[in-house]
Design a binder for this molecule. Sequence first.
Ligand code: NAP
Length: 260
Amino acid sequence: MDFGIKGKTALVCASSKGLGYGCAAALAEEGVNLVINARSEGPLNEAADVLRSRFGVKVTPVAADITTAQGREQVLAACDGSVDILVNNAGGPPPGMWTDWGRDDFIDAIDANMLTPIALIQALVPGMMARGWGRVVNITSQSVKAPIGVLGLSNTARTGLTGFVAGTSRQVAGAGVTINNLLPGIHATDRATALDNGVVQAKGITMEEARAERAATIPAGRYGTSEEFGAACAFLCSQHAGFIIGQNILLDGGGVNATF
Ligand code: NAP
């Protein structure tokens, strides 16, 4: 299937590794030119080199913290005002206990996982609407559908973004712009390793045991991959997905046990 997006330009935030990288690679495979971003310059430049040489597209790396106003300014300046596809992503908030979080913890999480994607939508969607075509995909979490107790900061911030997208996506759809959320369940990335490490410490078990325990909670019996996550993102950004508006699509191997 030809996704029909060759030659378009995408900004993929937080994309030197993990799910963001998976999305960047899948879009590059479809011939999309990229602006990619992460805080650490070394891995970001390495990712850019790999994407250029594998797919022959233009890749502009911008080392910046996307959750800060200054970082977003740097990234937007590199986009040159003509982004067709926006993939919103950033690191997730740390785990913890609801009794320990104060106002500053909530503000940090809301800044990173709710207000940052909203700011980028506000910056880029008007241009997409003026050009009559655009795609926005927000990487959120299965915690939007099924809360994860220790990730209460994530539950809170991402649900706020989800509410914003539910309303806004319907306001911009008539101009040819779609906004949707992809909800990852457990995927084999550095983030998953960090969370597994917490279980290793807490339970005094090995990493293999921690992974096997978690994999056993997923009906598919395994962690997801960044490649399959990226493929779903590229489809949502394709010409074929223009009638998918304001949806929350779980990629979780069946982990969320629900009928709808
Ligand atoms: P990851 O493997 O840790 O990758 C994170 C990527 O984002 C790296 O390229 C990192 O590079 C970059 N990054 C992190 N914070 C950034 C910031 N403030 N500004 C710019 N770049 C930043 O994470 P992941 O597993 O792909 O997860 C992506 C998102 O999905 C996270 O929000 C996570 O909470 C959520 N999620 C993941 C899973 C899972 O199982 N993996 C499940 C549910 C939800 P630098 O460190 O160099 O900045």
